[in-house]
Design a protein around this ligand. Structure first.
Ligand code: GDP
Length: 196
């Protein structure tokens, strides 16, 4: 994908504030510090777009970015380090749950998992919830540059097992630092964003 234009299309806390244009969109989710801003910036070829527009102190905000005047990237608030929530509602709150369940133009969610460690209970619960709600999602392992090449296959198998996946090939390893996996991720995103 050649990114020719990116514009910040606003922050939202309620559906009335979502962009009105009917364009396909994908949302990026993951634990705080998972590398979400870095990856979005990398994909968009912009150094700072995914956080310059953030409003300090307002974590529960959806940020919309219009890309190539054709689709939106949506940056969801990172979920916390706290103990496992008993329900996803407690992780993300009704605002985000409402967005994910009720946005007709949402083509899928990119769920980011920290590639350096096995997925945590929060991550596992989030992915189970997305599956249960039949919300299409890509599972991306971030910061893969931090995992020595010789250990990656075993690492992917372990992560897949934690998530209850039979095939580690469903996990897409990426690095916002080296760009590894970026082309494969774009390919998957293009499929998700293709005209219906
Ligand atoms: P966010 O809170 O999910 O938006 O995470 P950030 O993008 O702010 O990244 C959190 C930290 O991880 C920062 O110190 C980044 O420099 C670092 N980081 C993000 N992506 C990568 C990556 O692919 N490789 C490495 N080595 N570090 C990364």
């Amino acid at each position: 994908m050649r990114v020719t234009s990116v514009t910040f299309a606003g922050s939202a806390t309620s559906p009335a504030q979502y962009p009105k244009r009917v364009l396909p969109e994908v949302a990026f989710a993951g634990r705080s510090n998972v590398g979400k801003s870095s990856l979005i910036n990398r994909l968009l070829g912009r150094r700072k777009i995914a956080w310059v527009s953030r409003t300090p102190g307002r974590t529960q905000v959806l940020n919309f970015y219009l890309v190539n005047d054709r689709f939106y990237f949506v940056d969801l608030p990172g979920y916390g380090y706290a103990a496992v929530p008993s329900r996803v509602r407690e992780t993300w709150g009704p605002m985000i749950e409402g967005y994910l369940k009720g946005r007709p133009t949402l083509r899928g969610v990119v769920l980011l998992l920290d590639g350096r460690h096995p997925p945590q209970a929060h991550d596992v619960a989030t992915r189970a919830w997305l599956a249960q709600e039949r919300i299409g999602h890509l599972l991306v392992l971030t910061k893969i540059d931090k995992v020595p090449r010789g250990k990656r296959a075993a690492h992917l198998r372990e992560a897949a097992a934690c998530l209850g996946l039979s095939d580690p090939g469903l996990l897409l390893p990426v690095s916002a630092v080296t760009g590894e996996g970026e082309a494969a991720l774009w390919k998957a995103l293009e499929v998700a964003l293709a005209p219906a």
